[in-house]
Design a protein around this ligand. Sequence first.
Ligand SMILES: Cc1ncc(C[n+]2csc(CCOP(=O)(O)OP(=O)(O)O)c2C)c(N)n1
Ligand code: SF4
Ligand SMILES: [Mg+2]
Length: 305
Amino acid sequence: MSENATLESLTQDTEEREPLTKKQIAADTPTWCPGCGDFSVLSIYYKLIQKRKIYHEKVTTVAGIGCSSRFPYFVQAHGVHYIHGRALSFATGVSLSRPDLHVFAFGGDGDAFSIGGNHFMHTARKNVKMTYVVMDNFVYGLTKKQTSPTSPIGFKSKTDNWGAFDRPINPMKLAISAGATFVARSSHTNPKHLLEMMDAAMDHDGFGFIECLSECTEFYKGAFDPTNPRKGGVFDLVPEDHDVTDEAAAYELASEDFPGKFGIFYKAQIPTKNALETGLQDAAKAKFEGKEDWEILQSTFNRMK
Ligand SMILES: Cc1ncc(C[n+]2csc(CCOP(=O)(O)OP(=O)(O)O)c2C)c(N)n1
Ligand code: SF4
Ligand SMILES: [Mg+2]
């Protein structure tokens, strides 16, 4: 918690409180390599926190392990640098137990789709309310250049000296088919677009997933030049007539060859796990209305006799 966030400011009405300044929300100097795409994603997160007036006591940043997963260290607020691939399980617990918070999870392609592949799939299908941004650099950065699940065929790495030949995962297809209810794609090279996507994901009542291309300048330089107009590439937006509620159309968009499109591919409104669990708890509580906690516990023990 920043020293600037005084007790007084914590108890003030949100309406009256000024948004945090960048100085108040930025923590340590990020330890990423110069030019790493993750810097832009972090600065957009700061912007979102300011824009949405999220205060220190409400900022919740969860990550796994990897360069990208160092994210929470650089945010001056509550944050968790959790076990490799398990950010979403931790984030699920926070989301279900603290409905007053909006949970953000960040991580890399290895963290999300390799070691964390199962957690990704199940968090998506359970529609746990949170925003998950995967900073996809097509490589394991922290461990110095191994093939990741999104590395393209032919990518030469320490684990594939001869060039990778395993077919890569397509994160967008994976997210749609796993049941994510908000699926979008952006890039660190277009901060305005990324802010738009994060803003929309935050407004979504459910599991919001954003694949954000984020260049690893150290181990996969130039990977995303084809998506960057400043490098002769094209940043093609999702066509305006795309129906985001049409799952088949979203899957078709996701099937396009790299560099593909950017924007919201899919959006569905179905009950969240949060709402379903709250309903269950309310129904259970109603049965014991007027009873003290110890009486409820006693009746549970009695049933077990
Ligand atoms: C259980 C476990 N297995 C493996 C590792 C080693 N390890 C740390 S980060 C990482 C890959 C990270 O890649 P990615 O998620 O793409 O993040 P990036 O560094 O590229 O941002 C691996 C294999 C570990 N820390 N823990
Ligand atoms: S190794 Fe790559 S991903 Fe990691 S900080 Fe450096 S540029 Fe970024
Ligand atoms: Mg990576």
